[in-house]
Design a protein around this ligand. Structure first.
Ligand code: IFM
Length: 455
């Protein structure tokens, strides 16, 4: 038996992450406007367990307790998102600013800093003001301007204390799940709109980057993409082609234009008539230089050809013998994170990367008789993904930080509260009390030691 310690580079950033609609609650409090998720979650049938984010973890009122917990765990960084309609209830500057909303984020940021926790702020984690959706949402180019105004307001107010900014979280999920499969807000099913939304989000990202930089000298800014490692499930040519299309549509559709390469030709031809309007100069805007990219990585996609699929004629397959998390049959495949980081190094200029999300649900999580929450699968999942990042760093990938998803259990979108991703358990039955899970203690140890022992 040997005992070795994996040590991460000095200054490696360890933290946890969460998002406004998933944890804040206070849906109608202190002047907040409605978001598309407030409306979507209230439509019967949209959320698996019939829940809404009206109260969620009540972080709006319990943020101090949450930050104390983070601090007790030794977490030094926290990735949060702002709720756009809490700040601009009608979506636009002209519809009016809600000072109380900004005041909340002021208090939140101050409390983090008091506990020596560095805030990393995402401007858009899907809770678009409902008023903007009524005008076409991100399918309309006017929303790009509204986003820039919102960016300006948020960065002016918080920029003296927040230096790390992310424009959008997971453009793929927002555009495709919200506008193609319709399982997320706003619940549309239209490929033209989907591609327009994806394009306009990228343009909004590019247009807002200089605003962030102008308002905050020394700011670090970037976008967060959810990347999957895609492989063909067989050696058959049709499966290999399907896997290539999956990679193009899921990963490269976003990465290529962000890195100045426009959209991949093969997919442009594939989408044909459904392609969005691209204005002169859009690609230059999208490729605005970024300080880093956030990567949310959860699993590998094993893909086969599927003639019935109405998008790219491809579908994901699941193998039964491999280690998997319960959630959506997500395979536990840390090698995919390693490969993704190496790919960013080799194909996308080795931009500094932060793993802005990684984590898992576990089946049958509960409070044990000893009052603790034992989640060995999550501990194992995290250990393997931390190790994958470490390995990629040894091989030259510029990975600089890791935010575990999520700080606490929360509203998991269309699954409601039925899926738990937290390092901290939320007891929804008993006053939302918080209990640090075994995985929370493990992540805390890794953060405090900047690594862990492998035995
Ligand atoms: O909870 C989500 C998060 O909001 C975005 N990335 C994936 C997580 C788990 O599904």
């Amino acid at each position: 038996m040997y005992n070795e310690h994996i040590t991460f580079p000095k200054d490696f950033v360890w933290g946890t992450a969460a998002a406004s609609y998933q944890i804040e609650g206070a849906a109608d409090t202190d002047g907040k406007g409605k978001s598309i998720w407030d409306e979507f979650s209230h439509i019967p049938g949209n959320i698996e367990d019939g829940s809404t984010g009206d109260t969620a973890c009540d972080h709006y009122h319990r943020y101090e307790e949450d930050i104390r917990l983070m601090s007790m765990m030794g977490m030094k960084h926290y990735r949060l998102s702002l709720s756009w309609p809490r700040i601009l209830p009608g979506g636009t500057k002209s519809a009016g600013l809600n000072i109380q909303g900004l005041d909340f984020y002021d208090r939140l940021i101050d409390a983090l800093l008091e506990y020596d926790i560095t805030p990393w702020v995402t401007l858009f984690h899907w809770d678009l003001p409902a008023a903007l959706q009524r005008e076409g949402g991100f399918a309309s180019r006017e929303t790009i301007d509204a986003f820039c105004d919102y960016t300006d307001i948020a960065t002016r107010r918080l920029g003296d204390r927040v230096k790390n900014w992310m424009t959008f979280n997971e453009p793929w999920v927002f555009s495709f799940c919200g506008h193609f499969s319709g399982v997320h807000a706003p619940g549309e099913k239209d490929i033209r709109k989907t591609l327009a939304v994806a394009h306009n989000i990228l343009v909004a990202h590019g247009k807002s980057m200089p605003i962030i930089r102008e308002n905050i000298p020394g700011a670090k800014a970037g976008i967060v993409n959810n990347l999957a490692w895609v492989e063909s499930a067989s050696h058959k040519q049709e499966d290999a082609d399907a896997a290539r299309r999956w990679d193009l549509a899921f990963n490269r559709w976003f990465l290529d234009p962000l890195f100045g390469r426009e959209y991949p030709d093969e997919m442009v031809k594939w989408y044909g008539e459904a392609m969005p309007e691209i204005k002169a100069g859009d690609f230059d805007l999208i490729a605005a230089p970024a300080d880093f990219m956030g990567i949310n990585y959860y699993t590998r996609r094993l893909v086969v050809y599927d003639p019935n699929d109405n998008h790219i004629k491809a579908k994901q397959v699941y193998r039964t013998h491999i280690l998997r998390a319960e959630f959506e049959e997500w395979e536990i495949y840390p090698e995919g994170l390693y490969h993704t980081l190496i790919r960013m190094k080799e194909e996308y200029g080795n931009i500094p990367i932060y793993i802005t999300e990684n984590g898992t649900t576990c089946p049958h999580e509960m409070i044990s008789d000893d009052g603790c929450v034992h989640d060995p699968l999550r501990v194992e999942y995290l250990r393997r993904h931390f190790a994958a990042v470490w390995q990629a760093i040894q091989e030259g990938a510029d990975a600089r930080g890791f935010f575990t998803w999520s700080f606490c259990d929360n509203f998991e979108w269309a699954f409601g509260f039925s899926k738990r991703f937290g390092l901290v358990y939320i007891d929804y039955e008993h006053n939302l009390r918080r209990i640090i899970k075994d995985s929370g203690h493990f992540a805390a140890d890794v953060c405090n030691q900047n690594g862990f022992a492998i035995t």
